[in-house]
Design a protein around this ligand. Structure first.
Ligand code: NAP
Length: 318
């Protein structure tokens, strides 16, 4: 018999959800609707990667598309309507060594029976002077999300790994011309992906080249990119409308290291379904997923994690 309908003691939570992107918010909707009264540690930049995008056209249910920030805000409101509590703060430390688990949000410790880790992965940015100013206005970290907007226009992709190859290839469906810029002449990308790029007539590969800056924040859109050849020192200005940064992601798991099994790159290791190496701690979204990384897959993963947390609590008699 579940007894959480009367609510847990204020100091003891049923579930703390770390992260308020698509995965965390969806987990919150499901957990709140199951009357678990979840607490969401929203982070200092709530909303995850969707809060950095503009129009999202591939989230089912919105025939005209929906703005990324609106989509995550709606999810949050939906979760709050069912009783989810949001705390604007980052998880600074955890203790999963014994039950109840303990989670510090901005230094304040909270006790909880279960945890859903949905802290996401942040796109790695180059750190150019104008880069952040133009995110959502031509600067993007996701070709699947934003490629469609560049139909009939030239774009640039930065990176030499599989993601950059995949994004460059994908973008040729829409763009007139794709400039693929890499800082070395050796690639991390797999041979098959590289061959695909080399055989694609729409892609121009530029190696041994770094980006000096992307323009033009004064116009509010991307108009071009200044490149510098690291061998000759020559600088060139290339006119493009889209600038896709594909130089990897960083999972947001700093506070979890040593408390949960992480792989060599810091992603949470799945132990089947939404389970992690610690019984009662579940994962959802990009913090574990380095393949799909979509809003809809993160939302699905959030749902799975909440259902697993609910079953776990039920089995324990809570
Ligand atoms: P990655 O393999 O780590 O490659 C990152 C690339 O970005 C490297 O070429 C790196 O250059 C470059 N880079 C890093 N920092 C940079 C900076 N500040 N300025 C300019 N360039 C910079 O990352 P990924 O491509 O995202 O792939 C991650 C993992 O997912 C890999 O294991 C990959 O195989 C896998 N993946 C697989 C598929 C697939 O099989 N379909 C698709 C996507 C990803 P350097 O080489 O000079 O360091």
């Amino acid at each position: 018999m579940r007894n959480w309908t009367v609510g847990p003691p204020p100091s003891m939570r049923n579930v703390i959800i770390i992260g308020s992107g698509c995965a965390g918010n969806t987990a919150a909707v499901y957990a709140a609707r199951a009357n678990l009264k979840p607490v969401v540690a929203a982070g200092h930049e709530p909303g995850g990667q969707l809060s950095l995008t503009t129009l999202v056209e591939n989230f089912p249910g919105f025939p005209q598309g929906i703005n990324g920030p609106d989509l995550v805000e709606n999810m949050k409101l939906q979760a709050q309507n069912f009783g989810a509590e949001y705390i604007l703060g980052s998880v600074t430390a955890v203790d999963f060594s014994k039950r109840p688990f303990r989670v510090a949000i901005d230094g304040d410790w909270h006790e909880t029976r279960t945890v859903i880790v949905a802290s996401g992965a942040s796109a790695r940015w180059i750190g150019l002077p104008n880069e952040q100013k133009l995110i959502g206005h031509g600067v993007s970290s996701c070709a699947t999300c934003d490629g469609f907007f560049y139909r009939g226009r030239p774009v640039m992709v930065i990176g030499g790994g599989d993601t950059a190859m995949e994004e460059a290839n994908f973008l040729t469906r829409f763009a007139t011309h794709v400039l693929l810029v890499h800082r070395r002449d050796q690639f991390r990308a797999s041979k098959i992906m590289l061959d695909r790029i080399r055989n694609n007539p729409k892609i121009e590969m530029i190696v041994n080249t770094v980006v000096e800056d992307v323009h033009d924040p004064d116009k509010g859109v991307v108009t071009g990119v200044t490149l510098k050849n690291v061998v000759t020192g020559e600088k060139t200005l290339r006119e493009v409308d889209g600038f896709f940064v594909a130089i990897g992601h960083i999972p947001n798991t700093k506070a979890l290291a040593g408390h949960l099994e992480l792989d060599a790159d810091g992603y949470v290791v799945s132990h089947g379904g939404a389970r992690t190496s610690v019984s009662g701690v579940f994962h959802a979204g990009d913090v574990q997923d380095r393949v799909y990384r979509q809003a809809i897959t993160a939302a699905g993963a959030g749902c799975m994690a909440a259902i697993e947390a609910e079953k776990y609590l039920e089995a324990e008699g809570h």
